[in-house]
Ligand binder design. Structure first.
Ligand SMILES: Cc1ncc(COP(=O)(O)O)c(C=O)c1O
Length: 295
């Protein structure tokens, strides 16, 4: 209880004999041990409040990939890419990041496998999301706002506009240019490519076992698509059953209207980066602008 006398005291010290001689380890008092930072699997969770809100008779489950150390599914592939690179003697990984999810996943994975990591982060996000940048730097990565002065392409854009806000396509071009001009480096991408979808299949493989354990066969598998990696990783193992005639699950991919990857535009080859450093292919059709990749 506070008395006037105790409130007036401004400094409380301890005598030599009273100084604690042991630390306190709270882990001994936990009812169960803390999970290791990279604990798998992520839980499959029933979204009861969402069901209630939607007034639906359906049972809705979601796979909680946000429980990874950096808050998304991206470490599933970042860890594999960093691991295989460390095995083949790569010293340094280079990538781009938009909002910072992929950059922070690769920064984490690089720190685990003792690799240097450089992230070209779209300038507007770099300015708006200092927390993401701090997370990447805490894992030891170097984060540069893109366009940057580190590459010829970045410099050429800054010469035209010093306040260029950047785009993901530009950041990819910078990361690629950086990689091809440094012998010890390899480029990593966080979505779209086959190997990324392969690494992400851990999501669906786990979810299948989790559903089996409660004896449920999902009627519908749904997911969002940006580059397609979380959806593919979740859905493909279930699609495998459908291809073999073992299920009649439906699959629904949802994408934002503002940046549609699959529902609008021309189905044709396009470059993955603004400087057009990715593979060139002859197109039989006249190339038209794709709303997602042309920036
Ligand atoms: C949390 C999160 N979900 C989804 C996406 C979409 O990407 P993808 O389609 O590759 O899963 C991203 C992209 O960065 C993301 O950070």
């Amino acid at each position: 209880m506070q008395t006037l006398a105790t409130r007036d005291i401004t400094r409380i010290s301890l005598s030599q004999e009273e100084i604690p001689t042991r630390w306190y380890n709270i882990q001994a008092d936990l009812t169960e041990p803390l999970p290791p930072p990279l604990d798998r699997p992520t839980p499959l969770v029933r979204a009861r409040r969402l069901e209630k809100f939607l007034k639906t008779p359906a049972n809705i489950f979601y796979k909680a990939e946000y429980l990874s150390p950096t808050g998304s599914h991206k470490p599933n592939t970042a860890l594999a890419q960093a691991y295989y690179n460390s095995q083949q003697g790569t010293q340094r990984l280079v990538t781009e990041s938009g909002a910072g999810q992929w950059g922070s996943a690769l920064a984490l994975a690089s720190s685990i496998f003792n690799l240097k990591c450089r992230v070209y982060m779209v300038r507007v996000s770099y300015d708006q999301k200092p927390g993401r940048r701090t997370m990447m730097e805490t894992y030891g990565a170097e984060v540069l706002p893109s366009p940057s002065k580190e590459t010829k392409f970045g410099k050429s854009l800054l010469d035209q506009n010093q306040d260029h806000p950047g785009t993901l396509g530009i950041a990819i071009s910078e990361a690629l240019e950086d990689t091809v001009t440094h012998e010890d480096s390899r480029y990593c991408l966080g979505s779209v490519l086959n190997h990324v979808l392969l690494h992400q299949s851990i999501i669906g493989l786990e979810a299948k076992k989790q559903f089996e354990s409660i004896d449920i066969k999902p009627d519908i598998i749904a997911g969002c698509i940006g580059g397609g990696s979380n959806f593919a990783g979740f859905a493909y193992p279930f699609i495998s059953d459908k291809l073999r005639g073992k299920s009649d699950t439906e699959f629904v991919a949802c994408e934002p209207k503002a940046v549609p990857s699959t529902t609008r535009g021309t189905y044709t080859y396009d470059f993955g980066d603004t400087a057009e450093m990715t593979i060139r292919r002859r197109c039989s059709k006249r190339r038209e602008r794709s709303p997602k990749l042309r920036v």
